[in-house]
Ligand binder design. Structure first.
Ligand code: SF4
Length: 356
């Protein structure tokens, strides 16, 4: 198809309406049909033509399809029970900047994503409306980072920052690089998975080479996502001298099987992407239906231990509530369990109770 390899064409031609999805998926399930009518009032939908083509129009259990089509479970009060739909993530003092750990800061440059993933942990913050920050809004962020000399690492995220023009992205990253105490820049982006054509853009590749090393942290969830286009994108990124790491989220009905995860991590390492984290799905409104018991993740990790080289093994982790940081999930870190209550030790040494 004309322009299919052009990332701007992919963004311009995203499918953003229930009618658009209905044209491709003829045999929607009742849950999907209800999702398309009702969920869209609360959460955004959207998919690039490229990623849509990976979905099976006939099979509702397709792992790509499940990441694209909303289902009623996302808002069903009987399912989304363990979380408060009105709770908001803690806002920092400066808009679009989060400074939770002393040495790291997160800057969110836009609310726009190429695909609105059904399992997104930030689904109440993305896409509605799609908006990039302005240079005026960036100034106080830059001043804050400059003043706080304990910050060594800046994570550039979104939405997805790679939807910005190369010129805009380059402006923000070059500005951050001017700050002497910033040693590491990390870009959190799902574009290698859902819009690999972004990395066919020569201007972007030249810029990535100029600022190398930046750590590209991406988000593959299933081996079906590793296509020829992805291999080209990853090869292009690696030629710019920048490392690529992957974070997978453990998702019920998508990748909650040891064999699927084994195949995913083998394929990632073969194309030059290091599996970094396997995250346990957080109890966030709109996402709870994708959660598995912790035992599912532990079983996957034991399966991988005997079969994959250390290079291909991610760390299985859980984000503790209340900004208490991540804990590694393994029987050693789980201090005790009483029914649904789990007790972990956080990074400060404090024991944290977490019910699920
Ligand atoms: S690309 Fe990332 S931030 Fe955007 S919807 Fe998907 S998971 Fe969320």
């Amino acid at each position: 198809m004309e322009n299919f390899d052009d990332w701007r064409w992919q963004l311009r031609n995203r499918i953003r309406t229930p009618e658009g999805l209905r044209k491709y998926f003829k045999n929607l399930t009742e849950d999907e049909e209800k999702g398309l009518s009702l969920v869209v009032k609360q959460f955004p939908i959207g998919v690039t033509p490229y990623y849509l083509n990976l979905a099976d129009p006939e099979d509702p259990s397709c792992p790509v399809r499940r990441q694209i089509i909303p289902t009623y479970s996302e808002i069903d009060p009987k399912v989304q029970t363990s979380c408060d739909p009105n709770a908001l993530e803690e806002e920092g003092q400066i808009p679009h900047l989060t400074h939770r750990y002393p040495d790291r800061a997160l800057v969110t440059l836009t609310t726009m994503c190429p695909v609105y993933c059904r399992h997104c942990m930030r689904k109440r913050k993305v896409g509605k409306p799609e908006r990039a920050i302005t240079e005026e809004e960036f100034r106080p962020i830059w001043d804050y980072i400059k003043r706080n000399t304990q910050i060594r690492e800046v994570l550039i995220s979104g939405g997805d920052p790679l939807v910005l023009s190369t010129e805009k992205l380059a402006y923000y990253i070059r500005e951050i690089k001017k700050i002497d105490h910033i040693e590491v820049i990390r870009i959190g982006t799902r574009t290698p998975v859902i819009l690999p054509q972004r990395f066919y853009d020569e201007d972007l590749l030249r810029f990535l080479e100029e600022v190398s090393p930046v750590w590209v942290v991406t988000h593959f969830n299933h081996p079906k996502e590793i296509t020829e286009e992805v291999k080209t994108a990853v090869r292009n990124i690696r030629k710019t001298g920048n490392p690529i790491l992957n974070q997978t989220v453990l998702l019920k009905g998508i990748n909650d099987s040891p064999l699927t995860m084994e195949e995913l991590f083998r394929k990632l390492i073969a194309i030059g992407v290091k599996p970094y984290y396997l995250f346990h799905c957080d109890p966030i409104y709109g996402v709870v239906h994708f959660r598995t018991p912790i035992e599912v993740g532990l079983k996957i990790m034991s399966h991988l231990r005997g079969r994959l080289s250390g290079l291909a093994q991610p760390v299985y982790a859980l984000d503790l509530p209340g900004g208490k940081g991540k804990v590694v999930l393994s029987p050693q870190y789980l201090l005790k369990r009483e029914g649904k209550k789990h007790y972990f030790r956080d990074y400060t040494g404090e024991v944290v109770e977490y019910e699920f």
